[in-house]
Design a protein around this ligand. Structure first.
Ligand code: IPE
Ligand code: IPE
Ligand code: MG
Length: 241
């Protein structure tokens, strides 16, 4: 079982368009789906789920869609907070949270703080997140530390860089799932996914539930993760002549 699963929840707009519904209705249905997937992850013993909810590039969408998404997020949090508490879910956020609208940021940060003691399961929401922006911000922090004399440039290795990313302290994702049949990462956890297995689900996100998650996990279990080694090494067999 993967310790950490990341999901790029894509296809809400096409799901709605296929039914002659407004895009926001697709987002609403998609958002409801998330709670089914969270429950399934907890039941299956996955420790961390990171979901891509809003990318740093999604600000380019029509303004009504952007504001509708934030209103939806705020409403969802209110509607599902007690359920998350009951299931001992620790909530974390990655991305540039400071630039979110006040009405969405306040309750979100409160929920993050209130759930800090939970350890059964971690839900990480990537909001206004972009992996390149995250990397640039980490580089900036390191540069400031070097200038201030707290760090020497030659001390910077992956472990040091990693500890300045938004995801510091979290395990790398083992499996990245993208729905809606698209084969790309769209600026999601680029550095952390260096050795993640990738599963593309053909369903649009509002059609993704427990059976589709189980299919993704079956696919994951069929992979041989080699991390640069040979297949024989991974299988513990004697080296090939
Ligand atoms: C994913 O669904 C949700 C967000 C990006 C917020 P989309 O809105 O991207 O749906 P499609 O890709 O247009 O179908
Ligand atoms: C990625 O989906 C972002 C989220 C799922 C939040 P997009 O729909 O924004 O990605 P592109 O633009 O098709 O690559
Ligand atoms: Mg999309």
């Amino acid at each position: 079982m993967p310790r950490h699963v990341g999901i790029i929840m894509d296809g809400n707009g096409r799901w709605a368009a296929a039914r002659g519904l407004p895009r926001l209705e697709g987002h609403r249905r998609g958002a409801e789906r998330l709670f089914e997937v969270i429950d399934a992850c907890i039941d299956l013993g996955i420790g961390t789920l990171t979901v891509f909810a809003f990318s740093a590039e999604n600000w380019k969408r029509p303004q009504e869609e952007v504001s509708g998404l934030f209103k939806l997020g705020e409403w969802l949090l209110r509607a599902h907070l007690s359920r998350l508490h009951r299931r001992k879910v620790r909530l974390r956020v990655i991305g540039d949270v400071a630039s979110l609208p006040d009405f969405a940021r306040g309750p979100l940060l409160e929920a993050v703080e209130a759930s800090a003691g939970h350890d059964a399961f971690t839900l990480v929401v990537a909001l206004n997140y972009g992996a390149r922006q995250e990397a640039a911000q980490a580089a900036r922090k390191l540069a400031e530390e070097v200038v201030a004399g707290r760090l020497r440039a030659e001390q910077i290795d992956w472990t040091v860089l990693e500890s300045r990313l938004d995801t510091a302290g979290q395990p790398d994702p083992d499996l990245i799932i993208r729905t809606s049949g698209e084969f790309r990462l769209s600026n999601f956890l680029l550095l952390q996914s260096a050795y993640a297995e990738i599963h593309i689900a053909k369903e649009y996100w509002p059609d993704f539930g427990r059976p589709q998650l189980e299919a993704a996990l079956d696919d994951y279990r069929s992979r041989e993760r080699r991390f640069g080694m040979t297949g024989q090494q991974v299988q513990g067999a004697p080296p090939a002549p």
